[in-house]
Write a protein that binds this ligand. Structure first.
Ligand code: NTF
Length: 808
């Protein structure tokens, strides 16, 4: 039954004519205007609201079903979400994509123009934030009761532009025009404390007397499931000064800036997303953001628990809190504080409940990416939490000493507090100690976590460690991003059930050798290249799209490009396989080495472009501002996927999955999820090269000398010399020198194997039928990488939750 009906409301229309009526009504009552005088922005917001209304109705039913079931909930805590544009997705999920376009046309509006105003909320940096969005999508699709919690940053990830080829960062005021997808929820506002001191009474009860009080204002966006009525939410917190933070007397005295000082200070907490996903920014404000997220979210989780439950012993039965990396780890001491200080539970019971409630996903292997905070800063900002961490540590280290008597070194390594060279709180250690499950994000990564980064912990608690290989939303990354390929697949498989059951793609294997299917497959790829509009659509489209980091080795790709350039210059008469090499990605603003690589890529692109002997065969393009929207245009157009990180460094990668799913062949190292991709698509359909993890480790241990490779390999020498000699507009000497003198990520050691593998790519490309077959097989065998499978793994192994169906 349509609840609106039950409530005496008119049911929402399902035909284009009814949708048109609803558009007119929203235009009139919500925007206060008419078709004759509506701006495109009016039209866009009205369309968004009209689509949103359909999902809101499902949301009401979902909330009712969940409330009645009182299930175990998944609460996903993440400092980042890269949700991507909402309009197209929400039209698809609400089944209004076709009728909405017809209705707009009927009203004399251009659907493409209206839809183009939809803005991507860039509330994340890269893979970690997009993974969070894919998991939310899959949880809703699988009817798992879940809430995502995050921060509503005013400014998302910076907008990247280039000036003289160098990255320039511009603020991303993503909701400047408002955000029609968001529901404010002022009733659920929370109060957050910072600074101050603690006091203990005779009974031993501790009270935190804060030095600053900030308000957390929630709003949420809808997270609809596909092919189901479930609509979950992602709740985002925004910081506000309290009422008393506005100083009226100062304002009256004309001190306007001082009057709002305190409020501005408070609001800074949710002002900006830190554009660095790999190193500790070292800023107190970031720690403040993390506590702000955790404090607001936990109070909200407890509020929700209390709606149906009263016994704390039931809390872990009804609640699992997944920590997306260490950023929300303060939730562990915060829940202890709430249970012990505010609820009066004894320490041991509280600790047992806390440990059963949390689970932790680690997303890195880079030691510098494991967050730590200086003790003095931590103590100033969160005095009570530091005391709690000390007590947790005391109990924990006693356990370690008992398990490993006399092993003082182990105790030192495992302590929640690092002592040397300065005292710091180790968040990853806290996350492992305070949770019931820890997982890595690909098989190799989970193995390396247990054998290297978190080895001591895996030795103490082997059963705590799991692997859950990442996955991607098939809705977002093939159905929406690649509608023409999706139609072809649906036709080939005789139905579209594959979208929510991605293993069914295996049915395409039967078509891999079918000449007419192959021809259509190629035509789709061709059309996607035309749609992208960068480079010759007949050329091999070779893409490297990801954040810039030396471990990912964009510089290795660049050395290959320079080598191709030299080969063509040396033998201009020969026939070469034409390539369009496409880079996209951002570098952290303070990561100078990565920014030098960006600048050099743009310089090399310009030199090649200006050289008529080379440009017919080789083109380098670098569209600015890589984000979910741009990725969704590039991925369907790719022939070759570059996944060339130094083995043992990339935790998983998810772009690798998106590209394989869309029929790109991978050239890659045995790193992260590349290994699992290759296992599934088959070694014949994957260009493998380079050192594996043990070989890379051994090379570094035995004293790696990049110069040896330079001395031995003439092509490599030529490539590096041309950089060092300033042949590319004088840009890139820092890159060349760093490669020759230190080369932390073994670029030169893998150069020859990489260039040879690229030669194999050229040979394979010239056999069109065989290449197409490999492309089809990549898609057919990528079903495993659906985020639906990832969420099923989490549900079965870590969360122990069941779906709740929402009745119609
Ligand atoms: C990233 N981690 C990893 O670098 C990627 O390999 C992985 O695919 C994604 O997480 C998602 O799991 C981070 O961004 C961080 F912050 F942990 F460094």
């Amino acid at each position: 039954m349509d609840v609106r009906n039950g409530m005496g409301l008119r049911p929402l229309g399902t035909s284009a004519a009814e949708f048109e009526q609803d558009l007119l009504s929203n235009l009139y009552y919500r925007r206060g205007t008419t078709v004759e005088s509506a701006s495109t922005q009016d039209a866009y917001e009205t369309l968004a609201l009209t689509v949103r209304d359909r999902l809101a109705e499902r949301r009401v039913r979902t909330a009712a079903a969940h409330y009645a079931a009182n299930p175990r909930w998944v609460y996903y805590l993440s400092a980042e979400y890269l949700l991507g544009k909402q309009l197209e997705q929400n039209m698809l999920y609400s089944g209004t994509d076709r009728i909405a376009r017809i209705a707009l046309q009927q009203l004399g509006m251009d659907p493409d123009e209206v839809e183009s105003l939809d803005v991507e909320p860039g509330l994340g940096n890269g893979g970690l934030g997009r993974l969070a969005a894919c998991l939310l999508d899959a949880m809703a699709t699988l009817d798992i009761p879940a809430v995502g919690y995050g921060i509503r940053y005013d400014l998302g990830i910076f907008k990247q532009t280039f000036s003289d080829g160098a990255q320039v960062e511009k603020p991303d005021d993503w909701s400047y025009q408002g955000n029609p997808w968001e529901f404010p929820a002022p009733d659920d506002q929370q109060t957050v404390f910072f600074y101050g001191h603690t006091e203990r009474d005779e009974a031993g009860k501790t009270t935190w007397i804060p030095g600053e009080v900030v308000l957390g204002e929630p709003s949420h966006m809808l997270v609809p499931g596909h092919g189901t009525d479930t609509v979950n939410i992602v709740r985002l917190w925004r910081a506000r000064g309290s009422e008393s933070s506005f100083d009226l007397s100062r304002f009256s005295a004309g001190q306007y800036a001082e009057a709002v000082d305190e409020a501005v200070h408070a609001e800074n907490i949710s002002k900006v997303l830190y554009p660095d996903d790999s190193t500790d920014s070292g800023r107190e404000l970031r720690l403040k953001q993390q506590y702000f997220l955790v404090s607001c979210s936990l109070r909200d989780i407890i509020r929700r628990f209390r709606l149906r439950n009263s016994d704390w012993a039931d809390f872990p039965k009804k609640t699992v809190i997944q920590l997306n990396d260490t950023h929300p780890t303060l939730a562990i001491p915060e829940l202890m504080r709430l249970l012990v200080d505010e609820e009066g539970l004894n320490w041991d019971l509280a600790w047992a409940l806390v440990r059963q409630t949390f689970a932790y996903t680690c997303h890195t292997l880079l030691p510098e990416a494991l967050e730590t905070w200086p003790v003095p800063m931590f103590e100033r900002l969160l005095p009570r939490h530091l005391e709690i961490i000390y007590t947790i540590n005391e109990h924990f280290l006693a356990e370690v000493r008992e398990a490993f008597p006399g092993d003082a070194d182990r105790v030192r390594r495992m302590s929640l507090i690092q002592e040397e060279p300065e005292r710091r709180v180790r968040m990853a250690n806290l996350a492992v100690v305070g949770t019931q499950a820890v997982n890595g994000v690909a098989e190799l990564h989970s193995e390396l976590l247990a054998s290297t980064t978190l080895r001591d912990f895996a030795e103490l608690w082997p059963d705590k460690f799991h692997n859950v290989t990442n996955g991607i939303s098939p809705r977002r990354f093939i159905r929406i991003a690649n509608p023409t390929l999706s139609s072809l697949i649906t036709e080939g498989l005789g139905g579209d059930e594959w979208i929510d059951d991605l293993d069914r793609l295996a049915g395409l294997e039967a078509l891999a050798d079918d000449a007419s299917f192959q021809a259509r497959w190629r035509a789709v790829k061709q059309a996607n290249k035309v749609r992208l509009g960068l480079g010759d659509p007949d050329s091999l489209t070779d893409v490297m799209i990801k954040r810039f980091h030396e471990y990912k080795r964009q510089q290795l790709k660049l050395l290959h490009i320079i080598t191709m350039y030299h080969r063509i210059k040396a033998n201009p008469g020969q026939a070469y396989v034409p390539r369009t090499v496409l880079f996209a990605g951002k570098a952290a603003p303070a990561y100078h080495a990565a920014k030098h690589i960006i600048r050099l890529i743009n310089a090399v692109a310009a030199v090649i472009d200006a050289d008529p002997a080379v440009s017919p065969y080789l083109k380098v393009v670098f569209p600015a501002n890589y984000n979910v929207t741009l990725g969704s245009l590039i991925i369907p157009a790719a022939d070759l996927s570059e996944q060339i990180s130094m083995a043992g460094k990339e935790a998983s990668g998810t772009g690798n999955m998106k590209l394989a799913l869309n029929g790109a062949l991978t050239i890659g190292t045995l790193d992260g999820a590349n290994i699992e991709i290759r296992d599934r698509v088959g070694g014949d359909n994957f260009f493998l090269f380079g050192l594996d993890t043990p070989a890379a480790v051994a090379l570094k241990e035995n004293g790696y000398r990049p110069r040896d490779h330079y001395d031995r390999d003439a092509e490599l020498r030529h490539a590096l010399d041309s950089i060092l000699d300033g042949k590319f507009l004088g840009i890139g000497r820092e890159v060349g020198e760093s490669l020759l003198n230190s080369d932390e990520y073994l670029t030169l050691a893998d150069y020859r194997a990489y260039v040879d593998a690229q030669d194999e790519v050229d040979v394979a490309w010239q056999d069109t039928e065989t290449w197409t077959r490999k492309s089809i097989l990549n898609t057919a065998r990528s079903g495993f990488f659906s985020a639906d499978r990832t969420v099923r793994d989490y549900a079965a192994e870590i969360w122990h939750v069941n779906p709740v169906k929402v009745a119609r």
